[in-house]
Each structure stands twice: as structure tokens, then as C-alpha cells.
Unconditional design. Structure first.
Length: 300
């Protein structure tokens, strides 16, 4: 089962800087081959299909806990896309072409099909596909694949960071560079436990420190790169048999935290009347409120 909280993992800056093409670039980190939907679903199906859970519990617990965090990453990137799109168009009468400002946007699906919201696509509008999911059933092969997947995801994050200076995009990408780095090291350590090979000597891939990215550096200063969460109050605690020792880059001690990190309020998305979203007028809202009060026996 999954437990959901009405929070996101970081606070995303509120800015008046619509950038539809920045949103398209960030889409790669959502629905691309190395995007968050791929990391989520790779680990999700590996956790569903994991063999010999009892005998290999630390590895099972690791994949389970990282799966839960990836759900939060999908959520976070979606909000980054939404923030980049916010304010792209203005409310006008239909004959005044209120969507004309975005007719040359690289990914018009944001406006034609999504009411200026995130979509399960890559940066070119190709739908995410389950063909990106790899689950061989072989523990070492799957761990090696996951290590490669996280390294590829890190490369894409770095490129998107360099592609746009939109504050919302950079805030989210900087944070994900740090948390994705945690997963890179976690799978490297899991491979070392499983095979005896010190895979951590390969990191970072690419060989560029997160400290060079301002939005990532601030999280590393707080030690976010040393913490691995169980995302459960009681379960998956045996990840401490893998996530232990020191971080291979700066030597800081690694820490397992039972539970989830403190979150932040989910941003409120304003109405986009020119996109007919949500399509509820002030008068409609009053009628809905009246019906809700009646259904709940709430008096004025």
C-alpha cells in the first residue's frame, strides 16, 4: 500500500516568468527514457516481482523505499512544469485569440490537451512508454540497470539545468540532482554488498560535482545527500545494512531515517479561463458551496 500526504518535497519559488519552452525541457525529466516516470516504474515493478524477499530483505527494502521517493519526484517535476507554464496566456474573448502567444511553443500539447499542465510525455511530446521498464528478475542485473538508469537520469538533469534559468525549474532540478545522487550511491553500495565490487569508485557520473550547481549545493550543505528515508513508519529498516559507512565523494557519514522528510504545501494552481479550466464560474461555485452545505447539514 501507499500512504499519500498533501505535501511536496521542497518549496518551489513563486515567480511571474512564464516559459513554455522551459516547461517542454523539464518534461524530459518527467516522461523521458531517463525521467522520473521511468525510475518510478522500473523500481515499482521490480518491487512487485522481487524474488526471495525474506532472504534478500535489505535489497528488497532498498528498492521499496526508493520507489516511494520516486512517486514524490514525479509529483515534484509535474509542479515544476506547471510553474514554468503559469501565466503563458491571458484571459481574453475567443475572437481575440487568447492562446496566440503560445502558437509557436515547442510543445503545444500543454495548451491543446493539458490546460497548461504537466503531461506524461518527454520533451518532444512523445508519450512515456512501459517499454522503458526493465525487470530481469536477476538481483545483480536489476541493481546494475538501476545504477545505470540513475546515472543517465543525473546526466539529463544536469543538461536541463544548463538549458533554462527558470527559478522553478532550477529549484526542482537542483534538489533532484542531490536526491538522485543518493540513489546512485545507494545502488552502487547494494552492488558492492551483492558482489564485493566497489562500484562507488565510479561516481560521480558524469564527473561533475553537484556542488557546482547552486540549487544543488545548498542541499548538500544541509546533508541531504547523506540521508536515505524508509518512507514508512515501521517497515524497510534493513536498508541500514546497505546504506551505511560514508559518502564516497565527501566522506560524510550516511544516515537512514525511518519515515519521510518534512514536506511543503502543494502550490495552488490558478484558474485558466481561456483554457476553460476549471470551468467553474463564481456563480457555479456559490451553487456548489450551497449544495455541499446542504449535504453536510451545515447551517449558515
Amino acid at each position: 500500500m501507499f500512504k499519500r500526504m498533501n505535501e511536496i518535497m521542497i518549496e518551489i519559488p513563486e515567480v511571474e516568468k512564464p516559459d513554455a519552452n522551459a516547461a517542454a525541457a523539464v518534461q524530459e525529466l518527467l516522461g523521458g527514457k531517463f525521467g522520473e516516470m521511468s525510475t518510478l516504474n522500473n523500481y515499482l515493478f521490480q518491487s512487485f516481482n522481487f524474488r526471495s524477499k525474506r532472504q534478500l530483505k535489505p535489497f528488497y527494502d532498498l528498492i521499496m523505499s526508493i520507489t516511494a521517493e520516486e512517486l514524490g519526484h514525479v509529483e515534484l517535476v509535474s509542479h515544476a512544469v506547471n510553474k514554468c507554464l503559469n501565466g503563458s496566456t491571458k484571459r481574453k474573448k475567443p475572437d481575440q485569440s487568447p492562446l496566440e502567444a503560445v502558437k509557436d511553443a515547442r510543445l503545444s500539447y500543454h495548451f491543446l490537451a493539458g490546460a497548461q499542465g504537466a503531461m506524461p510525455f518527454d520533451s518532444m511530446g512523445n508519450p512515456w512508454t512501459g517499454a522503458y521498464v526493465f525487470n530481469s528478475g536477476n538481483l545483480v542485473e536489476d541493481l546494475l540497470h538501476n545504477f545505470f538508469l540513475e546515472c543517465g537520469a543525473r546526466t539529463h538533469k544536469m543538461k536541463v539545468y544548463e538549458m533554462t534559468d527558470h527559478p522553478a525549474a532550477r529549484a526542482v532540478v537542483g534538489f533532484l540532482l542531490v536526491r538522485g545522487g543518493v540513489h546512485v550511491v545507494a545502488y552502487a553500495k547494494a552492488l558492492e554488498v551483492a558482489t564485493g565490487v566497489n562500484v562507488t569508485k565510479l561516481v560521480p557520473i558524469p564527473s561533475l560535482s553537484n556542488k557546482l550547481f547552486t540549487e544543488a549545493h545548498k542541499y548538500e550543505e544541509k546533508g541531504v545527500h547523506t540521508k536515505l528515508y524508509t518512507w514508512s513508519e515501521n517497515d524497510f529498516s534493513s536498508i541500514d545494512q546497505i546504506w551505511k559507512g560514508t559518502h564516497p565523494e565527501d566522506g560524510l557519514p550516511l544516515e537512514v531515517i525511518q519515515g519521510a522528510p518534512e514536506g511543503f504545501p502543494i502550490p495552488d494552481a490558478p484558474a485558466v479561463e481561456e483554457e476553460f479550466a476549471p470551468g467553474i464560474s463564481a456563480e457555479d461555485f456559490k451553487e456548489i458551496a450551497k449544495r455541499l452545505k446542504m449535504a453536510g447539514n451545515i447551517s449558515e
